[in-house]
Structure formats: structure tokens, C-alpha cells
Design a protein around this ligand. Structure first.
Ligand code: SDX
Length: 435
């Protein structure tokens, strides 16, 4: 990175001013390189929540929150959702270019031949209660995967990194479906090599040994679009977790497990589940007739009630994924004849209110991808507590691509933020006999 511009910071407390290089990216805000700030001034920056902090240099995904733009390796998400499938998108995120037919066939073949998990993995499930939250199961099982691949955990070996990426992308659908089957008390379904990635997942979720299962092509395409739209999203909370875990040299399975744990939160990937729980609560309290009361609670700061599935840290315009997810939502509701279902009518009424209400408009709180992806998954018969597992399934490729980019960066160091300390100053311990 070369700097044509310099930033000077001066202090009113006599600390000597200091000059820092300013770098320009190919798109997006410039950055001030403050790596030498502490050494030159003895001061830290302070940015809880990283509202103004770039944690890394990346070439993978770009978001313009004001324009509502999302690009994977320079390709607009709208074009990828229209022209590609999820595994093509995985290839793009990992390699930087879309595959040609031969490259796609090779990549699909590699993923397909790694979809089974070690048979011993089934024993991990037995240790969980049937009503365990599937995200708890997924965090545990993905972390445990590293126990099976001692032959390929050298993160500095590109071949080990590649096979770990293939294994994670290939096995996530199998593990997610196993978590669902275990909770439903149904037998695990083995993956099939003659089905598409999304078709395989739907069969492992909804198929049983008692009858053949053929996925509805509209639902198969809808799921594939959900996976594409959730594949990566810059340095969000879970991706930042994966990068931080990876910076210590932890193996990729452990890092992805850390990402899954972070995604679970309702402010992040858990929002689609929280959104459906919110809709269900409103429905139980009287549905559309009670919307006004609910919205009043959301506006009341003391209520701590949020409109789940709305708002975003970066998108202060419409989430481009939400637009695409909304289309898919209506396709699926039409295919399944659910447009008149009360819950979905309530969701559309809530969307209308939020898009017209000054409180939300002034705070730029638009429906995000989670609002519509929750509705689509509910319509497809996917249990609400499985939604975030499917988000994790989709985001695994993004986490892996970002982790690989970080590991391959010669300048990367272990992440170790500092703090503004406001605790007790040094004092002496009084022995307990005198306390
Ligand atoms: C994802 O980062 C990513 O890229 C994440 C993600 C990805 O792909 O990885 O896009 C996936 O996590 C999408 C977001 C899913 N989360 C939700 O839908 C949960 C509900 N949304 C909120 O929790 C919230 O909007 C956040 C956390 C998403 C963003 O919060 P910010 O940007 O930190 O904004 P804020 O909390 O400072 O809110 C600004 C104002 C505040 O009001 P004022 O203090 O200005 O009066 O808006 C209000 C907030 O109270 N507000 C909301 C609200 N979100 C913000 N009020 C009601 N309902 C909401 N959902």
C-alpha cells in the first residue's frame, strides 16, 4: 500500500504531533494507518464496536451501506443470485474468479466426495438432549471435526488449508441436517452424490428411509439463493471472530466453530430466528390488530424491544440481499399457496408499517436479509431454531475465504486489542483475617 496523503494528529496536552500515512483502496473509505500511533504518542485509539476501524485489508467482499451495494470479488450480488449457484459462488469467494465449466465440475466433485462425516461423529449427537438448540450442537460438532483430521491441520500448508476448506463446505450441510434429524428423533440421512448441494441438504433434512424424497425445484432454488446471499459480508462480527481466532494459529475447524458461536447472537445471525419468534408473539397477542401496540413498544426506549430483522450496522439504505430475499419469499409463498397464511400476512403488514413510519425511516431501519430469510425458511417447513444453523452453513465459505486471506497475509500478526482502563489504581491486599 502506498500513501500519497498524510494525516497529522496533534494534541493539546503537549504530546508531540504525529503524522500517519493515509491509504486509498480500490473502493470505499480511505484508511489512516495508525499502527505506529502508540509508539509515537503513547496513546491508543478508542473505538468500541469498531464503528470507524478497518481491522484488515481484504479483496473478498465490498459493501456500500449508503448505496445498498454488495459485491463478492467485484460481482454485484444481484448478478450472482441470478446467474450462479452456491458452489460457483463458493469457488469465486475462495479463488477470486468465477469457475469455467471444467473448474466448476472439479470443485463440485471434490465437495461432493467429502459430504459424509466420520461415522464416529454420530456419537457426539448422542451426548446432547433431543431438545438441545441445534446451534449448540453445531458449535460442538464443528469444533470436534478437528479431532478427525490430524493429517491436515498445518495452517501454513496451502494443501492442508484447501482440503480443510473443502471438508468444511462439504460437511456443514450434513452436520446441520443431522442436528435437525436428532432433534426430531428421526434417523440420519446419508448424503447422496447424485444430488445438487442444496437438493442434497433438503433430502438430508426432510427425507426418510421410508420413501424416496425429491426436492421441489422452486424450494431447491430458493435455498440455493439463501446460501448465496448469506455467503460472505465483509468484517461482520462472526467473520472478525474467525479472523481473530485464526490469528492465534488455531486450526480452521476451531476458528469456524468460534464463528458459529458468534453468529448465534440475536443481534447477528440469530436475528432470523428472533424475527419469527417476534412475529409469532405478535400473532398470539392478536396479530395485525395488535401491530400498533407492538410498534409503540419498539419506539419506547424503556421497553428494550427491537424490531428483529430490521436495521443494520452498515446498510443505512436498503439491504440489497433483502430485496432479492423478498422476491424469493414471494416465489416460495406462491409455490406453496401460503400468501394468505396469517403469519405471512402479518409479516407483510409489519414491513409496510416500518417502511412508512418516521421512527424507522429516520433511523434508516429497513428490513434486512434476516427478515425475509426467516419467512422463506418458515414457509419451507424448516424449524425456526434451525434458521441460524443454515445461516452458518452458508457463511462457512465466507469465513474460510477470509481466514485463508488472513493466514496468507505475510504482515498478519496475532490480534491483540488494548483498552482504556478505568479500574482500581494499585492498592495493597488486606489479609482476610483483617478484612
Ligand atoms: C446481520 O454486520 C453484518 O454484516 C451482519 C449481517 C451479516 O451478513 O453478517 O448482515 C447479518 O447480523 C444482520 C442484522 C440482523 N440483526 C437484527 O435484525 C437485529 C435487530 N437489529 C438491531 O439489533 C440493530 O439494527 C443492529 C445491531 C443490526 C445494528 O445496530 P447499530 O448499527 O449498532 O445501530 P444502533 O443500535 O446504534 O441503532 C441506531 C438507532 C438506535 O436508536 P437511537 O438511540 O438513535 O434512538 O436505531 C435503533 C437504536 O435503538 N435501532 C432499532 C433497531 N435497530 C436499531 N430500533 C428498533 N429495532 C431495531 N431493530
Amino acid at each position: 500500500m502506498s500513501a500519497q496523503v498524510k494525516a497529522t494528529i496533534s494534541f493539546s496536552d503537549g504530546t508531540p504531533s504525529a503524522e500517519f500515512p493515509v491509504y486509498k483502496g480500490t473502493m470505499g473509505p480511505d484508511v489512516v494507518d495508525i499502527r505506529k500511533l502508540y509508539g509515537q504518542t503513547g496513546k491508543f485509539t478508542f473505538d468500541p464496536g469498531f464503528l470507524s476501524t478497518a481491522s484488515c485489508e481484504s479483496r473478498i467482499t465490498y459493501i456500500d451501506g449508503d448505496k445498498g451495494e454488495l459485491l463478492y470479488r467485484g460481482y454485484p450480488i444481484e448478478q450472482l443470485a441470478e446467474n450462479c449457484d452456491y458452489l460457483e459462488t463458493c469457488y469465486l469467494l475462495l479463488n477470486g474468479e468465477l469457475p469455467n465449466p471444467a473448474q466448476k465440475a472439479d470443485f463440485v466433485g471434490r465437495v461432493t466426495n467429502h459430504t459424509m462425516v466420520h461415522e464416529q461423529m454420530t456419537r457426539f449427537f448422542q451426548g446432547f438432549r433431543r431438545d438441545a438448540h441445534p446451534m449448540a450442537v453445531l458449535v460442538g460438532c464443528v469444533g470436534a471435526l478437528s479431532a478427525f483430521y490430524h493429517d491436515s491441520l498445518d495452517i501454513n500448508n496451502p494443501e492442508h488449508r484447501f482440503i480443510s476448506a473443502i471438508r468444511l463446505i462439504a460437511k456443514m450441510p450434513t452436520l446441520v441436517a443431522m442436528a435437525y434429524k436428532y432433534s426430531a428423533g428421526q434417523p440420519f440421512m446419508y448424503p447422496r452424490n447424485d444430488l445438487s448441494y442444496s437438493g442434497n441438504f433438503l433430502r438430508m433434512m426432510f427425507g426418510t428411509p421410508c420413501a424416496d424424497y425429491v426436492a421441489n425445484p422452486v424450494l431447491e432454488r430458493a435455498l440455493d439463493r439463501i446460501l448465496i446471499l448469506h455467503a460472505d459480508h465483509e468484517q461482520n462480527a462472526s467473520t472478525s471472530t474467525v479472523r481473530l481466532a485464526g490469528s492465534s494459529g488455531a486450526n480452521p475447524f476451531a476458528c469456524i466453530a468460534a464463528g458459529i458461536a458468534t453468529l448465534w447472537g440475536p443481534a447477528h445471525g440469530g436475528a432470523n430466528e428472533a424475527c419469527l419468534v417476534m412475529l409469532d408473539d405478535i400473532q398470539k397477542q392478536g396479530g395485525v390488530a395488535k401491530l400498533g401496540e407492538f410498534i409503540a413498544k419498539v419506539k419506547d426506549k424503556n421497553s428494550d424491544v427491537k424490531l428483529m430483522g430490521f436495521g443494520h450496522r452498515v446498510y443505512k439504505n436498503y439491504d440489497p440481499r433483502a430485496k432479492l430475499m423478498r422476491e424469493t419469499c414471494h416465489e416460495v409463498l406462491a409455490e406453496l399457496g401460503l400468501h394468505d397464511d396469517p403469519l405471512f400476512k402479518l409479516a407483510m403488514a409489519l414491513e409496510k408499517v416500518a417502511l412508512e413510519d418516521e421512527y424507522f425511516v429516520s433511523r434508516k431501519l429497513y428490513p434486512n436479509v434476516d427478515f425475509y430469510s426467516g419467512i422463506v425458511q418458515k414457509a419451507m417447513g424448516i424449524p425456526v431454531d434451525m434458521f441460524t444453523c443454515i445461516f452458518a452453513l452458508a457463511r462457512t465459505v465466507g469465513w474460510i475465504a477470509q481466514w485463508t486471506e488472513m493466514i496468507s497475509d505475510a504482515d498478519q500478526k496475532i490480534g491483540r486489542p488494548r483498552q482504556l482502563f478505568n479500574g482500581a489504581t494499585p492498592r495493597n491486599v488486606t489479609p482476610i483475617a483483617k478484612r
